[in-house]
Design a protein around this ligand. Structure first.
Ligand SMILES: C[S@@+](CC[C@H](N)C(=O)[O-])C[C@H]1O[C@@H](n2cnc3c(N)ncnc32)[C@H](O)[C@@H]1O
Length: 275
């Protein structure tokens, strides 16, 4: 991190940014909360296939935002806990859980993911789950993996789907590298006030800090913290328009158009802890 700035200071800027974004996102067409309540979707097909029957399992979703992905797992039968550091996101998740009739099978905790073990009373989970847009808000992937490793119960599993570090390193509008591929102490400071949903104009809490983490750094951090890698897949698609030049496919994924090279835009992995 840059001289004179500590994690708490950067985290508070990110928290203010995400707190504001949570309210904007809950009203957005992108998340379509009313449609979600009507349609009652379960987990995404790929994720349901990867994790199988979750009935009765304890599932923890780290950086859960306002809980739509978390609650989809509750609908599939898991007992879910969502954790996020933005109070507006956690309040929104609790309200949506009530409206969806899933409050009895869900709990939402407001805490920094780096303090998750403590905030969750050293509980352990059958499944720890992390979905898109999580790692880039954290300066150290080792510190994150130490929390993940301590939260997976013996015999439990860890599922991650996140943006690909190679895509993170690219410039917005052209195929050129603009940012580091590897984790660096210096954050990328962004004052654009932009968010990825249809929004109502720039955010007031514009400043946000991000860090990249190479794929090897993320996998090694999980291995250092007691997990075993089951599989890792790099995808040529993502679930949000990461770049203005991506096109939406019929299945809702965002991909490079014909004529552009096929690049990794997201990745997913499954890891496990021995009994
Ligand atoms: C892109 S969103 C995750 C989106 C989620 N996959 C979804 O589509 O609903 C990232 C989330 O990470 C949370 N977050 C960022 N830094 C965090 C931290 N240090 N501790 C806990 N949550 C954090 C934000 O509040 C936000 O809700």
């Amino acid at each position: 991190m840059s001289a004179g700035q500590d994690w708490e200071e950067l985290r508070e800027a990110n928290r203010a940014n995400w707190d504001e974004r949570a309210a904007v996102h809950m009203r957005s067409r992108f998340y379509d909360v009313e449609g979600w309540l009507r349609e009652e979707p379960g987990p995404r097909r790929r994720e349901a296939e990867a994790l199988g029957d979750v009935s009765g399992l304890r599932l923890l979703h780290l950086q859960c935002h306002f809980g739509l992905d978390t609650l989809a797992w509750a609908r599939a039968g898991a007992r879910v806990t969502g954790l996020d550091f933005a109070p507006a996101a956690v309040a929104g998740a609790r309200e949506i859980a009530e409206r969806a009739g899933l409050a009895e099978r869900s709990e939402f905790v407001c805490a920094d993911v780096y303090e998750a073990v403590e905030a969750l009373g050293h509980a352990r989970f059958d499944i720890v789950y992390v979905s898109l847009g999580a790692l880039c808000w954290l300066p150290s992937v080792e510190r994150w993996a130490a929390q993940v490793g301590a939260l997976v119960a013996p015999g439990g599993r860890f599922y991650l789907h996140d943006g690909h570090p190679l895509a993170w390193a690219l410039a917005e509008d052209r195929l050129e590298f603009e940012h580091p591929y590897f984790e660096e102490p210096e954050p990328l400071a962004d004052d654009s006030g932009y968010t990825y949903t249809d929004s109502e104009g720039p955010l007031l809490n514009r400043r946000q800090y991000e860090w990249n983490h190479g794929l090897g750094e993320t996998v090694s951090a999980l291995l250092h913290n007691g997990l075993h890698l089951e599989w890792l897949v790099e995808h040529d698609w993502t679930l949000w328009p990461k770049f203005p030049w991506l096109v939406e496919a019929a299945d809702g994924t965002w991909r490079a158009p014909p004529g552009r090279p096929r690049l990794p835009l997201s990745f997913s992995l499954l890891a496990s802890r021995a009994n």
